[in-house]
Design a protein around this ligand. Sequence first.
Ligand SMILES: NC(=O)C1=CN([C@@H]2O[C@H](COP(=O)(O)OP(=O)(O)OC[C@H]3O[C@@H](n4cnc5c(N)ncnc54)[C@H](O)[C@@H]3O)[C@@H](O)[C@H]2O)[C@@H](O)CC1
Ligand SMILES: Nc1ncnc2c1ncn2[C@@H]1O[C@H](COP(=O)(O)OP(=O)(O)O)[C@@H](O)[C@H]1O
Ligand SMILES: [K+]
Length: 511
Amino acid sequence: MSASCATPAPGASLPGSLLYDAAALRAIEAAALAHAGEATALMQRAGQAGWRTLLSHWPQARRIVVVCGPGNNGGDGYVLATQALASGCDAVVVRLEPHAPRTEPSRAMCAAFEAASGRIEAFGGALPPADILVDALFGIGLSRAPDHATAALIDAINAAGVPVLALDTPSGLSGDRGSADGAAVRATRTLQFLAPQLGLQTGDGPDHAGALSLDVLGVDAHCFEAAQAQARRIDAQDLAHWLQPRPRNAHKGSHGRVLCIGGDHGTGGAVMLAAGAALRAGAGLVEVATQGVHIAPLLARWPEAMVRRTDNVSAFAGALDAADVIALGPGLGQGSWGHALFDETLDAASAADTPLVLDADALNLLAARPRGLPAGAVLTPHPGEAARLLETDTATVQHDRPDAVRALAARWNAVVVLKGAGTLVCAPGGLPWLIAAGNPGMATGGMGDVLTGVIAALRAQGLDAEHAAACGALLHAVAGDRAARTAGERGLLPGDLIDVLRACANPEPHP
Ligand SMILES: NC(=O)C1=CN([C@@H]2O[C@H](COP(=O)(O)OP(=O)(O)OC[C@H]3O[C@@H](n4cnc5c(N)ncnc54)[C@H](O)[C@@H]3O)[C@@H](O)[C@H]2O)[C@@H](O)CC1
Ligand SMILES: Nc1ncnc2c1ncn2[C@@H]1O[C@H](COP(=O)(O)OP(=O)(O)O)[C@@H](O)[C@H]1O
Ligand SMILES: [K+]
């Protein structure tokens, strides 16, 4: 195979930044306390950072209502409320009766607030009038679903119709998993402390966390060495890491040959989308094996593609042999035609060690008839397909997306792209990648087919399976964002992404 995109050498620096879970944050906190001493000092810094964030985003706010919980997250809230009072604002703390402070530092911060004549109100079903609400109910110490009374308080925050600034975590959301077991605050902005949490950026995380800020609370960089990262976050800036300018001496053979297989009767568009995306993402040659009826429309749209009619399987054996990468699944269906192509393709790819990208019905067929995959296969399930591949249900996958993607990669010994808000990409035993791009306009039929073509094209251009999947999911999401910028998210079509793929696949090189 060719190499017009290069996988970084082992040991080379990787793009992006690290994301953590609560256990890692506790480890950072412990390291920080071992050096900086007082827990109250960190809490002071957290509350002050909260106040600075509030002032910079809502400088006009005068009536500030801080909802405090029983732990140290509540302690941060008392510090913020005390700062607000000192700045001449009207600051009120609201809490549930059982949520009086339970930790030493939060008791001290509550006492300081009261000593500054701060007012504490018990929540009786309605919140006082406010210009902004501060959510200091629970942070990383959330240990169970909120009970009835707490859920009523969270509902009141969400119904208040004013901006909500969450401290550390939107209360009720798991910052580890990106899901909530019950009521959860929907914040306008979340100020994270010490290090960013993975759960705020995948699944339900983005809808609950809103915009994200981070304050490292002045903690020394070496304290982060104690923490085990949970994911590596990449965004549009990171595309240039993989998509560097091509060598001037390149030829079409340098960029690999992709074979897209799929498109049973009624779903021919899927394989056309995959093929078009593979072309626009830079594959040197794209061949399509599909039902004969789709060939004319396919060539009308993509005359650059080569086509193979596969009314019977033996008709495309030569294409299987010639391919550098095979993308199997878009529009494949689960009928006898799809079954036969699935078996034939997996047999051929296993015998020749040809890289595979499996999507859609190829994943459903795989789940129904499990078999080993050739090394370096990429699977691109949405949560429903992921559930079938894990023999569970979609809700269980979405309840803990980081766990699901790791389990899928281990179960199938393949690189897995778990699609949806905050797409996660994981190689067996590896650190997942979090794709910090994409938008709900992409929740339209056919978007996944485009992703399949993009990943296959990058694989054909020389990236290894993990990097082709990570870079491909990122490129696809960045194209989705670029296409949405022109006319909005609603009505965004897979073809709109293909139209902008080329512009996104040629980023300015980093200086
Ligand atoms: N990690 C750090 O270094 C720092 C932590 N700070 C703050 O401290 C927070 C963590 O503090 P804690 O460990 O005290 O945890 P939290 O304040 O997040 O919550 C734990 C408390 O809430 C209770 N609780 C948990 N789930 C509940 C539920 N569903 N219903 C009712 N009660 C529930 C627990 O029993 C415990 O009393 C962080 O999120 C952050 O806001 C900051 O003060 C500064 C530094
Ligand atoms: N809310 C969202 N935020 C970001 N990306 C999304 C969102 N919804 C869908 N997408 C992306 O759009 C694509 C949809 O793929 P898929 O569900 O397989 O669609 P289809 O099977 O119709 O082609 C995936 O890449 C997914 O990550
Ligand atoms: K909170």
